[in-house]
Every structure is written in C-alpha cells, then in structure tokens.
Design a protein around this ligand. Sequence first.
Ligand code: ATP
Ligand code: MG
Length: 420
Amino acid sequence: MNQQKFQAVRGMNDILPNDTPAWAFLEETLRRWLNQYGYREVRSPVLEPTGLFIRSIGEVTDIVEKEMYTFVDGLNGESLTLRPEATASCVRLAVQHNLLYAGPQRLWYLGPMFRHERPQKGRYRQFHQCGAEALGFAGPDIDAELIVMTARLWEMLGLRDVTLEINSIGSLECRQQHRQKLIAYFEGHLDVLDEDAKRRLHSNPLRILDSKNPAMAAIIEGAPRLMDILDDASALHFEKLQILLRAAGLSYRINPRLVRGLDYYNATVFEWVTPLLGAQSTICGGGRYDGLVEQLGGKATPACGFAMGLERLLALLHELRTNPQPVIGPEVYVVHQGVGAQEAAFLIADAVRSAGHAAVLHCGGGNFKAQLKRADGCQAAYAFIVGEDEVRQHTVSIKPLRGQGPQQTLSLQQAIQLLK
Ligand code: ATP
Ligand code: MG
C-alpha cells in the first residue's frame, strides 16, 4: 500500500482532548461576561472579499503587506482572503444587514483568524480572537465601558500581572499634521532606519513608531509626539475617558508611542500587556474607529472595539496555574462480562443517559479487571458492573471509583437514583 502521513499546516494547531476543557472554560466565561454587558453574538464567514481588508486595515500595514492568506478562487476568479481579524467583517455585516437602522449595536464574535507570521510561542498562523464592537456610540463612556469590562474579565479569570496602556491618536486631521512632522524628523535620521521603515517613510510613517527593531528604539523615542498636537475634541474625549477609568478604580499608563498596527483607528487606543509571556506581550488591543463604517459604505457611525487573543490568554492562565479545569470523566463507565451481559450493559448505559447522566459503555471486550482499569483511567466516578448474576437478577453492581463507599448491587432504578 502507498502510505502517506500528513501534518497540520505550519503555525496551525490541533487542539487535543486534554486541552479542550480549558478552551471550553474560557469560551463559557467569555459568553457569560459579554452577556452581562448586553453584547450580542455575531458569526461571519472566515473568507471575505480581499478588498474588505485592504480598504479597512490599510494598504501599508504589516497585516496587508505580508500576513494575509489571499488566493484567487479558481472557480470564478474572485480574490478571497482568510480573515486576519474580524472588526472589518463585523462592520461589513452590520452595513450589509442594516443593523444600525435599529439604533446602536453592541456586538461580539469569537473564532479563528489567519495571519502568515513566523510561528513562535504566542504567535500562530491560525489563532483565535474574541472581540467586542460597539457601533453607533460617540462618547468616551463606551470606550470606558469596553476597557473596564476587560478589566473585570481578568478578575473573573483570576489573571494577575496585566497592565493597561492607553493613548489618543487624535483626529484624521491631526494625524495628517503629525505625519508631516514625522516624515521630516525621520528624514533627518535616514541612516538609522531599517528597510521597512525607509519604505514606509512616505506611505505610512506612523507605522515606524510601531517597529520592534531595537536599533531604532532611540530615534523612535525622540520622534514628535501626536499627544503634543492633539486636537481639542480628542483631548477632551481622552480626558473624560480617564476620569471614568479612575472612577472605576483602574490604573493605567499613558503610552504616547502606542499607535496599533491598523489604519482605521482614531482617538482612543489601548492595549493590555503582560510581562509573563515573553515577546508576545499583548493579550488584548482595541480603540475607536469612527470612520470605518462610512468607509465601508454605511452611514457615518462612531464606533469602538477590542480583540483579545485566546491562545495568549490560555498561556497566561497556564502560567499562573489558575486554570480551574481538572480533567472530568463521565459519571458512569459500564463494564460487562458473560452471557447476555453485553446487551444488558448496552441498554443500561442508554437508560443512564436518558436519566440525564453521562455514561460510557465499555466496548472491545477484555475481562473485568482490564475493563475496570479503563474505567479508572477515564476518571469515571462510578463503574456499573454487569455480569451474569446481574443479568439474571435484573440488577447492576455499583463500584465508586473516586473516594469512599462500598460496592453495592441495586436495581437499575436505584442505581440511577444514587447518581443524583
Ligand atoms: P502583535 O503586536 O503581537 O503582533 P497585533 O497588534 O498584531 O499583535 P491585534 O491585531 O491587535 O494584534 O490582535 C489582537 C490580539 O490578538 C493580540 O493582542 C493578540 O493577543 C492576538 N494575536 C494577534 N496576532 C496573533 C497571532 N499571530 N497569534 C496569536 N495571537 C495573536
Ligand atoms: Mg501582529
């Protein structure tokens, strides 16, 4: 036979049975939390027209320049892209279905995103984000709501060592002004700029501030700050946001270098960072994007949102050992041996499940000893034992596998009662 073994695509992870409980715990916590704040879930396709991302994220950004999985659909020639993020998808969805006619919307999503990056700890090519998008709210109260709610999530999850950084990148006009200053400044330091920075100097100089190249850290530090030329409206918005954050008891650091890697942001931007995950230090990022809805064909609508990386959150939970998810087995593992026992066991497992409990039926033979070893191995609470005596007497023997208690032989009904 011609055998071939396949591997998952590099940077795209399988999530195995021992890992899914932690994922399920996180996802359930997220649902409960988003529900508390009145956000409603949306699910959009993982494939979108390529233009949607180029138009929203921006042509001269890391994501669009080098991280998107873009391909031409060979069947109709359409250019498609696996979503690298979902804010654009959410806005596309809201505009397409006229959601905003009914008033402002609080939406959330959770799902896989795709970016062609160099895989390393905390950085994958398929990863998962949970994000919230508040569409149709202009005031700093919604920025504060989004930021404070993430702080409450960290509390719910028992996370420590996460800190909040905020900044305001102002209006489009003030960014334009800042842009000219940046170009002039960096032109005076051409010798220090790397290739990426030189290429972006005239197309997107703001992005240079985002660079992680240590050789450029010093000139970036000295670059003209947007904060110093902030327009009045953005400055007032930023001030009010801070009053609300302080009222909620949050501490934060103003980071004038925080610009975020996507073009659609304006005014408030923020990130939650941790020192515990090495180079991949950002677990959640967001901000305001007041121009995006209009840019994508909707009516001008202010908006604000964030996205968090689930792999990084799980890594942090693991690091802090606060993950409260022990492996939980089924309540019952049904073992059987002897004439008529297999069929009886099959029906007993079925009855246990009909009564609302979880039961695993032993399949594949073996003696009682081997079967009970399996029962123990899968962390079941009880073994239900069906031998020839039990078949004859229409009973089942119950053996508690965790903790105390004697083995007893009962009617099936009594046995199920015992589970309650
Ligand atoms: P980074 O600076 O680490 O590349 P980013 O600015 O590209 O992050 P965003 O686009 O703001 O990230 O995405 C929000 C969150 O999604 C990040 O804070 C991070 O937790 C997570 N994230 C982003 N890219 C990846 C990835 N390739 N693998 C795993 N998680 C990711
Ligand atoms: Mg990135």
